[in-house]
Design a protein around this ligand. Structure first.
Ligand code: COA
Length: 259
C-alpha cells in the first residue's frame, strides 16, 4: 500500500514505526493523514507479525503541530462536530482501544491534535526538544480529539485546566514531572528507546496485551465497571493458547514462545 502522508517502516520483525510525514506543515493532521493512519492501523491490526507500533513525526522539529488549521477554517458548527466525531472514531479512540500496544515517540512540537494523538497512544516517550500543549483556545476552539478528557486523566484536573485554559506549551522535562510522558531522552535516542521497551513488550503474550489494554481502558469508560471488566477479561485469558504456552513454559523452565 502506498501512502502519501505517512510512512511505515519495520524497526524489526515485530515492531513497526509509523511516521506522519508532512514536514513542511509540521506534520499537521489533515483529512488524508487521518484516513491513511486509520488504513495503516487496520492493516497492521490484521498483521500477526506486527506486535507493537511506534508513532512519530518526520523531521527534527515536530511530532504533530495539530489538526490542519487551514482545512477547517471555514467550517460550520455542524462540520466542526463531524470533524471531531470522525477523527475520534477513526483515529484517536481507535488507537486508544487498539489491540496492540502503541507508543508515541514525541520528537518535537506536539500541539493540539498532535498532543491528542500522543495521548491516545498507550504511553509516550519524548525527546528533550519536545514541546507539548493544547493551544486550541487561542483559535476560538477547545480540543476536539479527546484532549479535554485524556489530559485530565493523565495529569489531573487542575493541571489540565491550567494547560487548556492558558494554551501554554510545556517542555518535555515538565511533561515528565506531570506524568504526561514516561521518559525523556536525547532526540537521537528516541526511536531506539522506544524500540527497547517495544522489544520487551514483544516477549509477552499478544493476547495479554490486548486484554490488559481493554481492562485498563474499561476503568475510564463511561458506564463500565473496571473491576468487573477485569474479572471477565482475566477469566477469558484462561481459554487462550497464550495462557497454555505461558504456563507450560514456566513449568517446563523454558522461555515461552508466543505465536
Ligand atoms: N495546521 C496547518 N498548518 C500548520 C500547522 C497546523 N496546525 N502548524 C504548522 N503549520 C504550517 C504553517 O502554516 C507553516 O506553513 P507555511 O510554511 O506554508 O506557511 C509551516 O507549517 C511551518 O510552521 P511555522 O508556523 O512557520 O513554524 P514556526 O517554527 O514559526 O512555529 C509552531 C511552529 C508549532 C509554534 C506554529 O507552527 C504553530 O503555532 N502551529 C499551530 C499550532 C496549533 O495551534 N495547533 C493546534 C491546532 S488545533
Amino acid at each position: 500500500m502506498d501512502y502519501q502522508n505517512i510512512q511505515l517502516e519495520n524497526l524489526n520483525e515485530k515492531v513497526v514505526l509509523l511516521t506522519v510525514n508532512r514536514p513542511k506543515k509540521l506534520n499537521a493532521l489533515d483529512n488524508l493523514t487521518i484516513a491513511e493512519l486509520h488504513q495503516a492501523l487496520v492493516a497492521l491490526e490484521n498483521d500477526a507479525t506486527c506486535r507493537v507500533l511506534v508513532i512519530t513525526g518526520s523531521g527534527e522539529k515536530a511530532f504533530v503541530a495539530g489538526a490542519d488549521i487551514a482545512e477547517f477554517s471555514n467550517f460550520t458548527s455542524k462540520e466542526g462536530a463531524e470533524l471531531a466525531r470522525k477523527g475520534q472514531d477513526t483515529l484517536f479512540d481507535f488507537i486508544e482501544n487498539y489491540s496492540k500496544p502503541v507508543i508515541a515517540a514525541v520528537n518535537g512540537f506536539a500541539l493540539g491534535g498532535g498532543l491528542e494523538l500522543a495521548m491516545a497512544c498507550h504511553f509516550r516517550y519524548a525527546s528533550e526538544n519536545a514541546k507539548l500543549g493544547l493551544p486550541e483556545v487561542s483559535l476560538g476552539l477547545i480540543p476536539g480529539y479527546g484532549g479535554t478528557q485524556r489530559l485530565p486523566q493523565l495529569v489531573g484536573k487542575g493541571r489540565a485546566m491550567e494547560l487548556i485554559l492558558s494554551g501554554n506549551m510545556i517542555a518535555a522535562e515538565v511533561a515528565l514531572t506531570y506524568g504526561l510522558v514516561n521518559k525523556v531522552v536525547a532526540q537521537e535516542q528516541l526511536i531506539s528507546s522506544c524500540l527497547e521497551i517495544a522489544n520487551k513488550i514483544t516477549q509477552n503474550a499478544p493476547n495479554s496485551m490486548k486484554a490488559a489494554i481493554s481492562a485498563i481502558n474499561a476503568g475510564f469508560s463511561e458506564g463500565m465497571n473496571g473491576y468487573d471488566s477485569e474479572i471477565e477479561i482475566f477469566g477469558s485469558c484462561f481459554g487462550t493458547e497464550d495462557f497454555k504456552e505461558g504456563t507450560t513454559a514456566f513449568l517446563e523452565k523454558r522461555k515461552p514462545n508466543f505465536q
